[in-house]
Design a protein around this ligand. Structure first.
Ligand code: PEP
Ligand code: MN
Length: 334
């Protein structure tokens, strides 16, 4: 349920109203927009009499929200959420490139790639230390050592870090990781999502291989229900009957999610296509569709990468991508 307040409502009146809602066991979310303050109510709102609420002096209107996601809902929070990651802002017109290797392989590899992608305009460095692999015999990541290599690259380049967590027990290792990624395979690992909801770290939540947008939003809701509102959604392709590409990039997810939610939405064309030469056109398309950022896999030597070499760009290719995407952004913003 949302209550839209009249523009002249005083702080004291708003505080009294909030206490009244809280005394009825409801969670209260305040969104201060440019003209109106909106109070979003989560919990058993069936106990609230809408007519009674509408009679309160400072309330302009009251609406029930039938969508199952509440905190993530744009009706609760009409303005775009802008997430601060160090000095970097994502969302609300702030477009960012996240780039780096699929997996951290060595200190030289990750630092070398970080310097190159930073020079091309990437503002965050990605790198997997814990890798969710289909086969238990494939490279599983360098784990704590990989995290330390990322931290060293951050110390030398100043780039905030994005890395995937697979188990909530590893949270202490992620203390200095700036954005914690939840991979597609864990999108509905609800216990993990609940633990991440207790932190205040930005969470990059990737869409599951076979999950609907509503399910993605409900997973975001799990994190937000714990009080962590810093969620970034990521479209990374879904599994369809098509086999030429690794997944099928669902670009309609971008404008649709931006209607449904105030959370930033980014696109990962690397995992979506699985083919390096398709990453550039899909990155440009994602920018044109209104994405708030891109996550791109970049490797210094893709043919010898320990993971996802076929979809990885070289630093030179990433440089071309970044400048073409900037041109698209400029064109669509005109
Ligand atoms: C990744 O980003 O390296 C990754 C494993 O992605 P996804 O969870 O989308 O497959
Ligand atoms: Mn990968």
């Amino acid at each position: 349920m949302v209550a839209v307040l009249k523009p002249g409502a005083t702080k004291q009146q708003i505080d009294n109203l909030i206490s009244w809602f809280k005394s009825r066991g409801l969670d209260v979310h305040i969104s201060e927009g440019s003209t109106h303050t909106i109070i979003g109510l989560v919990g058993d709102t069936s106990i609230i009499d809408i007519e009674l609420l509408e009679a309160i002096e400072i309330i302009e209107s009251v609406k029930r929200i039938s969508d199952p996601f509440k905190s993530a809902n744009r009706k609760f929070h009409p303005d775009d959420t802008v997430i601060s990651i160090g000095d970097v802002k994502l969302g609300g017109g702030n477009f960012q490139f996240i780039a780096g290797p699929c997996s951290v392989e060595s200190p030289q590899q990750v630092l070398g790639i970080a310097k190159r992608v930073r020079a091309s305009g990437a503002t965050m460095l990605r790198g997997g230390a814990f890798k969710p692999r289909t086969s238990p015999y494939d490279f599983q990541g360098l784990k704590a050592d990989g995290i330390n290599m990322l931290l060293e690259a951050k110390a030398q380049t100043g780039m905030p870090l994005v890395s995937e967590i697979m188990n909530a027990n590893h949270l202490p290792l992620f203390e200095n990781i700036d954005v914690i990624q939840v991979g597609a395979r864990n999108m509905q690992n609800f216990e993990l999502l609940k633990e991440l909801g207790k932190t205040r770290k930005p969470i990059l939540l990737k869409r599951g291989l076979a999950n609907t947008l509503k399910e993605l939003l409900m997973s975001a809701e799990y994190i937000m229900a714990g009080g962590n509102e810093n969620v970034i959604l990521c479209e990374r392709g879904i599994r369809t009957f098509e086999t030429y590409t690794r997944n099928t990039l669902d670009l309609s997810a971008v404008p649709l999610l931006k209607e449904l939610t105030h959370l930033p939405v980014i696109v990962d064309p690397s995992h979506a296509t699985g083919i390096a030469r398709l990453v550039l056109p899909m990155a440009m398309a994602a920018a044109a569709a209104g994405a708030d950022g891109l996550m791109i896999e970049v490797h210094n030597d893709p043919s010898n990468a320990l993971c996802d070499g076929a979809q990885s760009l070289t630093p030179d290719q990433f440089n071309v991508l970044a400048s073409k995407v900037r041109a698209v952004l400029e064109a669509v913003r005109k």
